[in-house]
Design a protein around this ligand. Structure first.
Ligand code: FES
Length: 127
């Protein structure tokens, strides 16, 4: 078997900015300000010198975790985050992308399908 070529980008961040019609039962990331937040993240990474072959921030279509959005996934780690604000993205950039840690409060676990799944986990962790 031939080895994979080296990665073109060290890291790749995919931010869902999918748009659905208003009132769709799953909602969409676009209705939660995802495009503006993606623009912010992209600009911030560039400003911090992270852009280029080290890191690429891209738009993504629906990542199929709409109810938890806006969300993003970082590869090659395969780590998912939900976020709401520029401050959330600042924390993801600093803690995950720069320091190599994880922003626990914003992480999505594989079993998280709906917001209530995260709420249950938070409640269990607090007790
Ligand atoms: S609309 Fe963003 S994950 Fe589906």
């Amino acid at each position: 078997m031939t080895a994979d070529p080296p990665r073109y980008f060290e890291r790749h961040v995919f931010c869902c900015t999918n748009v659905r019609e208003p009132g769709h039962k799953r909602g969409c990331c676009a209705e939660k300000n995802a495009a503006a937040l993606r623009d912010y993240m992209k600009a911030k990474c560039k400003e911090l010198g992270l852009a280029g072959r080290k890191l690429r921030v891209n738009n993504a279509g629906c990542l199929d975790r709409c109810e938890l959005g806006p969300n993003l996934v970082i590869y090659p780690e395969g780590v998912w985050y939900t976020y709401k604000t520029e401050a959330d993205l600042d924390e993801i950039i600093r803690v995950h992308l720069i320091e190599g840690g994880r922003v626990e409060r914003l992480l999505l676990q594989p079993q998280d399908v709906l917001p209530r799944d995260r709420d249950k986990r938070s409640a269990a962790a607090a007790s």
